[in-house]
Design a protein around this ligand. Structure first.
Ligand code: FES
Length: 211
């Protein structure tokens, strides 16, 4: 175990009054391995390979620590669940499984309920998202104004289909329904910025500006 991991374990142990450091880790691992619902599935439910163990521990402890920070900020109260999930989403750009399992453990909220919320709201992603989110509106108004062509052009430039993420994790590409600015259609949103009917060179430039 590295020094950084030791430190992290001690911190968690003191914060939450666990008797041993192992208890902290085992709690997290048990959550990850034993409580993975069918909704998530997990290779850990079939046991952790020895060579994977340190990496899993490191990841679980680091994530648990970050989730604790977020819970402390919002209060350990299940009425704050959506706010906490939004902040985890902002932190990681998606909702990692170990973060949700630890959240379930800390708030005493079932993992199924967390999963239901995470799948209901479009703002949440249960798969890793790229650093930049590109969304094309496919609502009726945008559709009649050519959103299909815009989506195809974005797809070509990014070299992925809607719902996919580039291998370098730079972009995720999604299609969405009406964004509430139909007069601007067809609309593409890049990292929250709305762009009205960009030409192909304009679109290429916008995408190139994303580091
Ligand atoms: S249909 Fe695209 S913004 Fe309304």
């Amino acid at each position: 175990m590295t020094e950084a991991q030791e430190e992290l374990l001690s911190e968690l142990r003191e914060t939450h009054g666990y008797k041993t450091q192992t208890e902290v880790v085992m709690d997290a691992l048990e959550s990850l391995a034993g409580r993975s619902s069918a909704s998530f599935g997990s290779k850990l439910s079939h046991g952790v390979e020895p060579h994977e163990r340190e990496e899993v521990m490191r990841k679980v402890i680091a994530t648990a620590s970050k989730v604790d920070e977020i819970i402390d900020k919002h209060g350990k109260n299940d009425s704050q669940l959506i706010q906490i999930l939004l902040e985890i989403q902002r932190e990681y750009n998606w909702l990692p499984k170990e973060a949700l399992l630890w959240l379930s453990e800390r708030l005493g909220v079932s993992i199924n309920r967390i999963y239901q919320i995470a799948t209901f709201y479009k703002a949440f992603s249960l798969v890793p998202r790229g650093r930049h989110l590109v969304r094309v509106c496919m609502g009726t108004a945008c559709h009649v104004r050519g959103s299909m062509t815009l989506s195809d052009r974005a797809s070509q430039l990014l070299n992925i289909d809607p719902g996919e993420t580039t291998k370098d994790m730079r972009f995720s590409f999604e299609t969405v329904n009406c964004l509430g600015c139909c007069a601007l259609g067809p609309v593409i949103v890049i990292d929250g910025e709305y762009h009205s009917k960009p030409s192909t060179p304009e679109l290429e430039k916008l995408l190139n500006e994303c580091a």
